[in-house]
Design a protein around this ligand. Sequence first.
Ligand SMILES: NC(=O)N[C@@H](CC(=O)O)C(=O)O
Ligand SMILES: [Zn+2]
Ligand SMILES: [Zn+2]
Length: 351
Amino acid sequence: MTQITPPRLRLRRPDDWHLHLRDGAMLDATAPYSAGFGRALVMPNLVPPVTTSAAAAAYRERILAALPKGAAMQPQMTLYLTEGTDPADVTAGHADGIVRAVKLYPAGATTNSASGVRDFDKVRPVLEAMAAAGVPLCVHGEVTDPAVDIFDREAVFLDRVLEPVRRATPGLRVVLEHVTTREGVDYVRSGGPDLAGTITVHHLAINRNAMLAGGIRPHYYCLPILKREVHREALIEAATGGETQFFLGTDSAPHPDHAKQSACGCAGCFTAPITMPLLAELFERADALPRLEGFASLHGAAFYGLPPAEDHITLVRRGEPLVPPGRIDAGEETVTVFDPGFPIHWHHEEA
Ligand SMILES: NC(=O)N[C@@H](CC(=O)O)C(=O)O
Ligand SMILES: [Zn+2]
Ligand SMILES: [Zn+2]
């Protein structure tokens, strides 16, 4: 990466290793905001979920059709792990280049996770086949036990579920998705080359006060839930420190405004329109701009065994702040764009 005299930053085209694109009108409306990423690992929690290689191939075609002509994005597909997943379909889909990874949602942990895993013994054969074939398991790392406080669900998951699963399946490559705690950061750090963690921009930008102090902010509600400032600081250290086991997975997760601004609002932040400018702002604050390329463009590709992008993007720092759309239209719906609550001075340089 070259940092030409500030305020310009040129880096290899970034990848987004955790992205929700949805389907239908929502897909058409939101995919263009992620079109400038290179590889995008697309989550399978549609209704119904993407559970087979054939369904993943069909979804990939719908995504390609929703992207603008000439878009850089190469969608990387995931399969939603259920207790009925066929190991042979996973390994064949991976060998055919359709399936990049398999996604584990503990049943009931998050949006559209009802078909997820309840009994981990039932998925052991799939996990063993994945370990043998080198197919990574991407994990929503939260327990669903109602007795566990929502702010502790990630930390408890590491001990109760992830560590036993990894011990029982040597060689299984695992990505702890959207790490939100100091405990998660420490766990990924100590996990060796088969373990990595993605970090979102919203968990880097704000802590739980932003969601709850001075009024309840439904557009900051996501899962895993925002945590205390000490945890945000641990995430900043992990993301900006150049450690190769941490990389960008935005978890940009659009929902219609009426579903978020509700007495029972759903979880997810739509960050895609501002991801790279906001990341640059945060890396600049941490005096770590030269390490943005590793986090956003290099570490993830290396974990997935892919070459770095050959083309580049340029970000430029301007006096005037970025003015993102406050909300976008998606068919009959609107979707509010994530606003960190502070000015972002970085912009994508127009080509
Ligand atoms: N992160 C979220 O709050 N929501 C995601 C699901 C997920 O990634 O857990 C969604 O699909 O809306
Ligand atoms: Zn999740
Ligand atoms: Zn997600």
